[in-house]
Design a protein around this ligand. Structure first.
Ligand code: MAN
Length: 351
């Protein structure tokens, strides 16, 4: 299977995005949801901003304050033995075996627009910025499902209450209507199918069981996109060498003659993220027809291997034209890249 990475990659880097907050730097413009709107390609970028720190041994955590509608900056000394700063994304309590106490950056969603799918212009303002108590640590990794002329955008909302998935809808990529939190904590990587199947909406989701140390993909149904039930386990991590840590949905499922094609991510226990593929039954997507035993894409290029958090390819959306998928994907938790893949070739690998 051949993957044609765009020669302009990376398409968008943090340097292309001016920070919205004073005394902050943009450290990531990545993991974007994708839509086509009025002939343009829209990327719903996850922009991560970090407070500037010019004092050695100080790490800062930005927290959105709902009351003052501004950021509180909490400071930690790296000499403080109560905390662990090894993972650049988080500040952890050493006494806690799992999880984190704070994030080192605050993410929100900002739009990049393009007429040719290669050259992007970035909006001056945020499109979706934290607006409630579930989002005080930020909002991340949007996915966008078009149903008719409505675009349903779901994203990860992070706060001390946990990691939930929230849903908004837009018709114009200017204003949004908030539809609430659709999956309870901890849950990420929700992918809403683009049409009803036998009169039900379907979504993939990735609950996290810390008791059993499980991060597998599940599937649920809904009459209205808001209440989700009928949860079933879909795919699990494998003993193999590329997805033994976690799996999670990636792109909005693509309808093909052979079934629903889901391009998902798998990560090792030490966080190397690749993309794999599964095929789900057209009439009942809770039935897995095939699963790739090898990844379809691995971090290979320098922009995929090196960055804020290296060895990551993380696709959240794409655009399908006939047999061709243009996938936009986050690289190294830093930038956005693009590639073209033939859907028929992915399906062949699943035979
Ligand atoms: C993980 C990573 C981070 C993210 C947090 C909260 O630690 O995916 O990038 O900010 O989870 O979702």
């Amino acid at each position: 299977m051949k993957i044609y990475r765009f020669k302009e990659n990376p398409l968008i880097t943090p340097l292309d995005v001016p920070p919205l907050h004073k005394n902050h730097e943009v450290i990531g413009a990545f993991n974007a949801g994708v839509a086509e709107y009025k002939g343009e390609t829209i990327l719903l970028l996850r922009v991560a901003e970090r407070p500037l720190s010019n004092v050695e041994n100080i790490v800062k955590a930005p927290v959105y304050n709902i009351k003052s509608q501004s950021l509180d900056i909490i400071e930690f000394s790296t000499l403080d033995t109560e905390y662990d700063f090894k993972d650049p994304r988080t500040i952890k309590k050493r006494s806690d075996l799992i999880g984190f106490e704070y994030l080192t950056s605050l993410s929100y969603i900002r739009i990049a627009r393009s007429k040719d799918g290669h050259n992007f212009e970035i909006d001056d303002e945020a499109f979706i910025y934290p607006f409630n108590e579930y989002q005080t640590f930020g909002i991340e990794d949007a996915r966008c499902t078009q149903i008719g002329d409505e675009y349903y955008i779901n994203f990860t909302s992070v706060s001390p209450k946990g990691i939930v998935d929230s849903l908004v809808v837009t018709k114009d990529f200017e204003s949004i209507d908030y539809l609430g939190n659709i999956f309870a904590p901890d849950n990420k990587d929700i992918l809403i199918f683009p049409e009803k199947i036998n009169d039900k909406y379907y979504a993939l989701h990735r609950p996290e069981s810390s008791n059993l140390n499980k991060r597998d993909v599940w599937i649920a149904t809904s009459p209205d996109l808001i209440s989700w039930g009928n949860h079933k386990h879909l795919i699990k991590t494998s003993e193999g060498d590329w997805d033994n840590g976690r799996v999670g949905g990636g792109l909005v499922p693509i309808k093909t003659d052979k079934g629903w094609l889901e391009i998902y991510h798998g990560a090792t226990k030490d966080n190397r993220y690749c993309m794999g593929a599964i095929l789900l039954d057209l009439e009942d997507p809770s039935k897995v027809i095939a699963k790739s035993d090898k990844p379809i894409m691995v971090p290979e290029e320098s922009y995929e291997k090196e960055g804020f958090f290296g060895e990551v390819v993380f696709g959240c959306g794409g655009i399908v034209k006939g047999d061709e998928l243009t996938m936009y994907y986050g690289v190294a938790d830093t930038s956005m890249a693009g590639c073209r893949i033939k859907i028929s070739e992915i399906l062949e690998q699943l035979d």
